[in-house]
Design a protein around this ligand. Structure first.
Ligand SMILES: Nc1ncnc2c1ncn2[C@@H]1O[C@H](COP(=O)(O)OP(=O)(O)O)[C@@H](O)[C@H]1O
Ligand SMILES: [Mg+2]
Length: 274
């Protein structure tokens, strides 16, 4: 974990220390002239294999813009993104398509990200087919993954409108995992869900991380959501990293007044049972 503030020493040195994703000095300005607005200003972060990095900050602080640059969906004005040791900017379109299997995303709203005309199985298979996973393997994975995210094989034949928001978000997670990613970016992935359902989905993500060793970048405006799931955390404020480090240390001893204010303003912190 590195940030623009004093870096802290990771609590668990060892195999987790190699770097899977690195963003160095990312910058993005929208608009021009008088209207130029720096949405992301010198953001650096890194994610080790199997780590859960939380990115927290109020609405408009540059979280999604950062996520889009990490995913290669938006070109940074400055800075670099390195995934599995190679700079994204140097990769061809073909390489980026292949890389997508290992760098997946769980979007905010599963209602709009899943095709309403496709069954759950078809949506999941579509994603796997795009990455060249053979047919027999695809159907096996659909069933395995649905069970892994707490659904059943019977859900495979359903359509999105036949499922709840929480169930659909489990499907979106299963779909993201179906290509064996090394990193999954979750941008406000539980923000549309009720608090009780949020906690269930967060527990699921933590279990999946333990079982599969996948790394997550978990983004939310809600500190209660990132608090317990994160190994490390980056606090964004007006496009800048104001604090970063091992999550438990940041929560216990916030160094920046914005982090302290966020902590103080989070009622009923702790979505997870202690
Ligand atoms: N495509 C865009 N064009 C112009 N402004 C944008 C665009 N995308 C984001 N912004 C602005 O950049 C700032 C950061 O947005 P965003 O990264 O979506 O924040 P967050 O995800 O933290 O809420 C906001 O002020 C937003 O209005
Ligand atoms: Mg956002």
């Amino acid at each position: 974990m590195t940030g623009t503030t004093a870096p802290r020493i990771p609590a668990q040195p060892g195999p987790k220390d190699t770097v899977l994703l690195r963003a160095d000095h990312l910058g993005k300005t929208f608009g021009s002239g008088d209207r130029a607005f720096k949405a992301v200003d010198d953001v650096s972060l890194s994610v080790a294999p199997g780590e859960i990095l939380g990115i927290v900050g109020e609405s408009g602080s540059g979280k999604s813009t950062t996520a889009k640059m990490i995913l290669g969906l938006l070109t940074p004005d400055s800075g670099t993104v390195t995934f599995e040791g190679a700079d994204l900017a140097t990769r061809s379109k073909r390489e980026m398509r292949r890389l997508r299997a290992r760098l997946q995303v769980v979007p905010q709203n599963p209602q709009t990200s899943l095709n309403p005309r496709l069954t759950i199985a078809s949506s999941m298979e579509f994603n796997m087919r795009a990455h060249g996973i053979p047919a027999d393997e695809r159907s096996r994975r659909v069933h395995d993954l649905l069970e892994r995210v707490g659904l059943t094989a019977a859900h495979a034949a359903r359509y999105p409108h036949e499922m709840s928001g929480g169930q659909l978000q489990r499907v979106a997670i299963a779909r993201a995992l179906s290509t064996d990613p090394r990193l999954v970016i979750c941008d406000e992935a539980v923000s549309a869900l009720d608090k009780s359902v949020q906690a269930q989905v967060l527990n699921l993500l933590a279990d999946l991380q333990r079982d599969t060793g996948v790394a997550f970048v978990f983004i939310s405006h809600d500190l209660a959501v990132v608090e317990h799931i994160s190994d490390t955390v980056v606090v964004l404020y007006r496009g800048q990293v104001v604090e970063s480090g091992v999550a438990s240390e940041v929560w216990a001893h916030p160094q920046h007044e914005y982090t302290a204010a966020l902590l103080a303003a989070t009622p009923g912190r702790s979505l997870f049972a202690a």
